[in-house]
Design a protein around this ligand. Structure first.
Ligand code: SF4
Length: 219
């Protein structure tokens, strides 16, 4: 049986297999905003009633009034994220392992906590893959199904719920295959949005459209 793959590797494989190749070679520590997001996610009830001056002392991605309004709306819909059964729990499943932001019971579900920004609706694909990986690992540990997960964009006060649909599970399996098959650098994506935001773009040498137009304007 293959060794379980790290949740973080699966999220990278979903973003770009080549990025995973660089991340495995370099083994960088996660940036500090990850810890700050987890710190925010641990005190939602207090933050939802905190004054602007108090909120301004935190690493928020939006202004305090917007954060408070987002958080109150999130807690109205998904209040259980403020009272998890476990936090920062290490979970090892059959195919994947890693730390989950929160574990909820009744029904069993998981939260992924991210310092990033939410999309207009739903969640970004790498976070969906990570959430499915965490949910499946928890299901393996608890020997019962996990059908829902949450992605907490903690620095925005935004919480999105997702169900483990056939499409999401298929994306997870694709990422698992890509992570297991990695052997040498995969091809570049040529995706301006993804490459422009990628922390490994210099090593990779991918040229975004802005750079390509600058280079071609010098021809
Ligand atoms: S720059 Fe683009 S192709 Fe290169 S690793 Fe990053 S996302 Fe992948």
């Amino acid at each position: 049986m293959s060794e379980p793959v790290a949740f973080s590797d699966l999220a990278r494989a979903a973003y770009c297999p080549r990025q995973l190749y660089y991340a495995r070679r370099e083994d960088r520590d996660p940036p500090p905003e990850h810890d700050r997001a987890r710190d925010l996610a641990a005190q939602y009830d207090a933050l939802a009633v905190a004054a602007d001056a108090a909120l301004a002392t935190y690493d928020l991605a939006v202004e305090p009034p917007e954060f408070r309004s987002n958080l109150r709306a999130s807690l109205d819909r998904h209040g259980r994220v403020a009272d998890p059964a476990e936090t920062a729990a290490y979970v090892r499943g059959k195919d994947a392992h890693g730390r989950v932001g929160k574990v909820h019971t009744g029904p069993l579900s998981v939260s992924i906590v991210t310092p990033g920004s939410p999309p207009e609706a739903g969640v970004w694909e790498p976070q969906s893959v990570r959430a499915v990986a965490a949910a499946k690992a928890l299901a393996w540990r608890e020997e019962q199904p996990v059908e829902r997960a949450y992605v907490e964009y903690a620095r925005h006060g935004v919480v999105r719920e997702l169900s483990l649909t056939t499409r999401r599970k298929a994306a997870y399996r694709r990422a698992l295959r890509a992570a297991r098959a990695l052997d040498g650098p995969p091809p570049r994506l040529h995706d301006d949005a993804k490459c422009g935001a990628c922390e490994y773009r210099e090593e990779c040498g991918a040229k975004t459209r802005t750079l390509r137009s600058l280079l071609s304007s010098g021809d």
